[in-house]
Design a protein around this ligand. Structure first.
Ligand code: SAM
Length: 274
């Protein structure tokens, strides 16, 4: 992924790894998030509500097609875009298991959420599961939102979610290992002990997370970088790019955002040109 300047003062070399490594093992990714179903339901519902029937959806950062599959099953035509080839290849395998008519409604494309261009315009654009947190700077946010604006039909809707930054979590001791879990790798069967820790830079608001996968004879360390967006800041960024936030939820069940919610789910409309 090249092109746009990245200003991540404390962790410049980790941003590239932190945008890629967690997605290199797409089978493991799907295993780790196999119980994450509420957001899929939410995106299916919102598509139904906003399109009123089968429609045309652009899904940015579609990954392994976790959300895509449900949207396609509901009859929508979906263009899914992602930068990770392993994630896209898993998404393609997922789509290949669907019936021929469903398959004909999906198109999966390698690309960058900051720089894409399609001829089509979409009444709904979605970007699920914290993917917006891979936009690390104001420049990247504006670039992505500019592309979204350009690709929405008049009155179209953009829906995405990010985490609601948890101050206690952000300042956790980076030298300790947290969230110890044991499992078998879903493909190799190898026994793995998983732990994690992270370092947060309060100036860039970027957190660099390390995911440790300890097997019998080796430890694999995966870097994941995320930009944290505080709620009022996020609304300001959205507004500065010409959008109005029409709804803001704190979870995937439609509750208005509150201080204890883990997610921020934003439904946005592009304002008419001023
Ligand atoms: C947390 S995953 C979410 C994937 C999928 N939406 C889901 O719900 O499972 C984030 C995705 O963003 C993609 N991504 C990160 N930066 C990107 C960029 N600049 N352009 C396109 N995709 C990007 C990653 O490859 C990854 O598939």
């Amino acid at each position: 992924m090249g092109g746009l300047p990245r200003e991540a003062p404390r962790f410049p070399s980790l941003i590239e790894r932190g945008t890629r490594e967690h997605y290199d093992d797409a089978i493991l990714y799907d295993y780790e998030y196999r119980r994450r179903l509420r957001d899929v339901r939410f995106y299916r519902d919102i598509a139904q509500r906003h399109l009123g029937g089968p429609g045309h959806i652009l899904e940015l950062a579609c990954g392994t097609g976790r959300i895509t599959r449900g949207l396609v099953r509901d009859g929508h035509r979906v263009v899914g875009l992602d930068a990770s080839l392993p994630m896209l290849s898993r998404a393609r395998a997922r789509v290949a298991k669907m019936g021929a008519r469903a398959q004909s409604r999906v198109s999966l494309v390698a690309g960058d959420i900051r720089q894409f261009g399609f001829r089509a315009r979409f009444p709904l654009i979605v970007m699920g599961f914290n993917s917006f947190e891979h936009l690390y700077t104001r420049v990247e946010v504006a670039a992505c939102l500019g592309r979204v604006r350009e690709h929405l039909t008049a009155g179209g809707t953009f829906v995405f979610d990010v985490q609601n930054p948890n101050l206690h979590w952000l300042v956790r001791d980076p030298h300790r290992r947290w969230a110890r879990t044991r499992f078998r790798h879903p493909e190799t069967g190898e026994r793995v002990v998983y732990t994690t820790n992270h370092e947060y830079d309060p100036v860039s608001q970027i957190v660099v997370i390390r995911l440790y996968y300890q097997a019998a004879d080796r430890e694999r360390v995966v870097t994941l970088a995320q930009r944290k967006f505080f709620p009022a800041e996020l609304e300001a960024l959205i507004a500065a790019s010409g959008f109005t936030t029409t709804a803001r939820y704190g979870d995937f069940d439609g509750e208005p955002l509150g201080p204890d919610h883990e997610s921020q789910v934003l439904v946005c409309r592009a304002r008419a040109s001023e």
